[in-house]
Design a protein around this ligand. Structure first.
Ligand SMILES: Cc1cc2nc3c(=O)[nH]c(=O)nc-3n(C[C@H](O)[C@H](O)[C@H](O)COP(=O)(O)OP(=O)(O)OC[C@H]3O[C@@H](n4cnc5c(N)ncnc54)[C@H](O)[C@@H]3O)c2cc1C
Length: 272
């Protein structure tokens, strides 16, 4: 059998339609345009896209021939990707909504989103994703930091009206506690003081501030990698079966996404 190269993942080329400031740390971009017609229906509630960033000074035209660029460009000039949740798809308007955590001047995606203007191009691959709330679960446990807030917000809206459970959310400051729509039986518990991801115990500690109901739970827990490792330990302690859990690091404190993704293959990057 020959090793065939993987076919290139399709890229969707759209543009920024609208930018708004959701909270001190969150910027919302609505993106759309003719490129929306190539975007497939997302497979799940936690659907995400991989935004491709190419150095503007190279003058590359999207969609990019990434395989060719990887072979021909110096390493530092190869376009890189950043992962973002699709908060909402509006089929009628032909738009997607993405919410970006703005975390200072570091990084590519966050400063780009902070400064984005209507008409700016955006190129991404996807959507991927695997989690949608299990309608047969007895209760739901959602947990995360600001990076997971778009997915948690979408999950809360997708829950049946009679769903029960908790959404535990950690944020840096009071103003980041944005309004969310949730079933009456799902309590949203905010904790302020995540210290830009440095407070790794806060999420797991906050999750223990409420009594967990009996019955079969469906878990969605994502955010800063070390804080998610604490959550994983807590779920093991509470003997929640692995097949009822969606869990992963969405980013890692002190690492950019390129390093974070490559560390997934090393012991430090594993959350079993
Ligand atoms: C499936 C999935 C879905 C995701 N969905 C979203 C989403 O909807 N919204 C969102 O904002 N993020 C989301 N993320 C996380 C996002 O991909 C990372 O935060 C990414 O590193 C941001 O890229 P950047 O270019 O801004 O910073 P990078 O260049 O990757 O990193 C630069 C520096 O900023 C730090 N940093 C990165 N992210 C944060 C943060 N959130 N808070 C504080 N410091 C940070 C890094 O540790 C590093 O020191 C998601 C990740 C995954 C895997």
């Amino acid at each position: 059998m020959t090793d065939r190269p993987r076919p290139p993942r399709p890229q969707h080329v759209m543009e920024v339609v609208e930018r708004s400031q959701l909270s001190p740390s969150l910027v919302r971009l609505v993106v759309g345009g003719p490129g929306f017609s190539t975007f497939p229906t997302p497979p799940s509630i936690d659907a995400y896209v991989k935004i491709v960033f190419a150095k503007p000074e190279l003058g590359l035209e999207p969609p990019y021939d990434l395989a060719h660029l990887r072979e021909t460009l110096p390493r530092e000039d190869i376009p890189v990707t950043r992962t973002y949740t699709v908060r909402e798809v509006d089929e009628t308007a032909g738009t997607l909504t993405l919410d970006f955590v703005v975390h200072g001047d570091e990084g590519l995606a966050a400063p780009w989103a902070r400064d984005a203007q209507p008409g700016d191009p955006i190129v991404f691959m996807g959507p991927g994703g695997t989690y949608s709330p299990d309608p047969t679960a007895d209760w739901h446990l959602l947990a995360g930091d600001l990076s997971a807030l778009p997915a948690v917000g979408a999950a809360l809206e997708a829950l049946p009206a009679d769903a029960r459970g908790y959404a535990f959310l950690v944020v840096d400051e009071d103003g980041d506690r944005i309004d969310l729509t949730a079933p009456a039986g799902v309590e949203i518990v905010w904790a302020v003081g995540s210290e830009g991801g440095a407070a790794t115990d806060l999420l797991a500690t906050t999750m223990q501030s409420r009594t967990w109901p009996d019955g079969r739970v469906h878990v969605f827990a994502h955010g800063e990698r070390e804080s998610i490792k604490r959550v994983r330990a807590l779920l093991k302690e509470r003997e929640v079966p692995r097949d009822q859990i969606s869990i992963s690091g969405y980013w890692a404190y002190g690492r950019n996404e390129d390093r974070f993704q490559s560390e997934k293959r090393e012991p430090v990057g594993k959350i079993d």
